[in-house]
Design a protein around this ligand. Structure first.
Ligand code: SF4
Length: 301
């Protein structure tokens, strides 16, 4: 790691009263300098509760937007403005409205991996961890689930409700290499395979558990297994190795998110020096999106 760069970041962070949040898919050197590492909702909650006035969000745009939605009085910075998410970008307001017209009795449950203006058109948001709980608590037997079709399918198999599932996908999880997972399972026959619900259904059938990133962390802590094959973005392998140095982890499925790797230490330093680029939403969009996020937190606590 570049120690001069790191000490400059820490100095700027103190000077600007900032907190650095990093998603578990961020590169190791960014996880190492972050004040908190976690999933997008955990980090947004930390953003809302921190006393720091400046939040440097190392992740992708929809995550920084969610932090801004939950803490509009703070300055939320995304160090690389081009760090988008193809899954979030696969849904737009007019197309969602058309689907809602087709199914007027359905309520829309939206994965947080989505743009703020689409959140504003939805009944409630959900994460991969609480999607089933949100769906079951939604006061309709008919659900429009968007934008991830794999997560929607995973939840629909556990629910008696009628689902209309948006045909979107995370480009990296949806093309998880099944053969790579099988090879790793042969190499580590004693290992548990944990996969993310954004991966295709064929991987779920092989897995010991299908979990979001927070669920994977909890599962490893409670498991007696010593080795794990991790079927989600490779940054999570580093996160788990840091948390559980007595266990062994290897990535399965060759899952790599190029957008999650767009933020660098130099970009973090530049953003702290200049306090930009700032994430901002118009008030109406932010307040309507807040209502959908708040419904999720009311349901799941
Ligand atoms: S891993 Fe997939 S869902 Fe997550 S930011 Fe990358 S493209 Fe988006």
């Amino acid at each position: 790691m570049n120690s001069k760069l790191v000490s400059e970041i820490l100095s700027q962070k103190n000077e600007k009263d900032a907190v650095i949040l990093a998603h578990s898919y961020q590169p190791p050197e960014i996880q190492d300098i972050a004040d908190h590492v976690g999933d997008s909702l955990q980090l947004s909650r930390i953003a809302a509760s921190t006393v720091s006035g400046v939040i440097v969000f190392c992740g992708v745009r929809f995550m920084a937007e969610t932090a801004h939605i939950l803490s509009p009085d703070k300055t939320v910075i995304l160090p690389e403005p081009d760090a988008g998410c193809p899954l979030a970008d696969c849904i737009e307001v007019p197309a969602l409205r058309s689907m809602q017209k087709l199914y007027p009795d359905a309520l829309t449950v939206l994965y947080v991996n989505s743009p703020a203006d689409v959140k504003a058109e939805s009944y409630a948001c959900c994460t991969s961890a609480n999607a089933l709980e949100v769906v079951e608590s939604t006061p309709s037997d008919e659900i429009i689930f968007a934008p991830d079709r794999n997560l929607g399918t995973f939840v629909s198999r556990k629910s008696d409700k009628t689902f209309h599932i948006w045909n979107g996908a995370c480009r990296c999880h949806a093309i998880a290499d099944l053969q790579d997972i099988k090879t790793k399972m042969e190499e580590w026959p004693d290992a548990e395979l944990l996969v993310h619900p954004e991966t295709p259904p064929e991987t779920w059938e092989l897995a010991h558990a299908v979990l979001g990133t927070g669920g994977m962390i909890r599962h490893v802590g409670e498991s007696s297994a010593k080795r794990f094959i991790i079927g989600t973005e490779e940054g999570m392998v580093y996160r788990l190795r840091t948390l559980y140095p007595d266990r062994e982890f290897v990535g399965g499925g060759d899952i790599y998110c190029v957008n999650m790797k767009k933020i660098t230490l130099q970009k973090i330093l530049d953003s702290l020096r200049n306090l930009e680029p700032v994430i901002e939403l118009d008030t109406e969009t932010r307040e309507k999106a807040y209502a959908a996020v708040a419904r999720m937190t009311e349901i799941t606590g």
